[in-house]
Design a protein around this ligand. Structure first.
Ligand code: K1U
Ligand code: ZN
Length: 171
């Protein structure tokens, strides 16, 4: 078990585009295990590799509800094939922007293609919380954060708060 530190804004790695994974090998499987350990420890329902400073296109998720068996998912090189015109507004949080939650509007349904840990190509049609979480995590792979969908006023307030905290830590 390896719980890795989670990066917090304004770390520049959270704004960079991650690289595709060429081969699903033991290193990728070990990375996925560390990401799941880190996500469960946080706790969170998702985590993208850039959030632990690894610039690779891999995300993990587990949307099991309290009392249900764990349902870990690992998505390698995920891509959105289709989005619905219909949208939904839900509250989102982010482990890289701790302790804040805001409502965000996104497409209600998405079709996502990815490679699983066995190297197989998988296609899922996601709706509700799964669709929200997939879009949030896939955004991380392109350096996009959910606060980018807020009004400029709200986004700037969040950024200012974390910039200030980072400056205090830096001394
Ligand atoms: O990517 C991340 O930063 C993880 C994030 C995922 C997410 C949350 C809400 C909407 C979309 C995507 C989180 O997991 S924040 C923490 C959280 O939502 C949670 C934590 C414990 C129990 C239940 C939820
Ligand atoms: Zn996030």
């Amino acid at each position: 078990m390896a719980v890795r530190p989670i990066l917090v804004i304004p770390d520049a790695r959270l704004r960079a585009v991650a690289d595709p994974i060429e081969e699903v090998d033991d290193d990728v499987r070990a990375l996925a295990r560390d990401m799941l350990d880190t996500m469960y420890d946080a706790p969170g329902i998702g985590l993208a590799a850039p959030q632990i400073g690894v610039m690779k296109r891999i995300v993990v998720m587990d949307l099991a509800k309290e009392g249900e068996d764990p349902a870990p998912m690992v998505l390698i090189n995920p891509e959105i094939l289709k989005v619905s015109e219909e949208t939904q507004i839900t509250e989102e949080g982010c482990l890289s922007i701790p302790e804040l939650y805001y409502e965000v509007e996104r497409p209600a349904e998405v079709t996502v293609r990815y490679t699983d840990l066995e190297g197989k190509t998988v296609e899922v049609e996601a709706k509700e919380r799964l669709a929200v979480c997939m879009q949030h995590e896939l955004d991380h792979l392109d350096g996009v954060l959910y606060i980018d969908y807020l009004s400029r006023l709200k986004r700037d307030r969040v950024i200012k708060k974390f910039d200030k905290a980072a400056k205090r830590v830096a001394g």
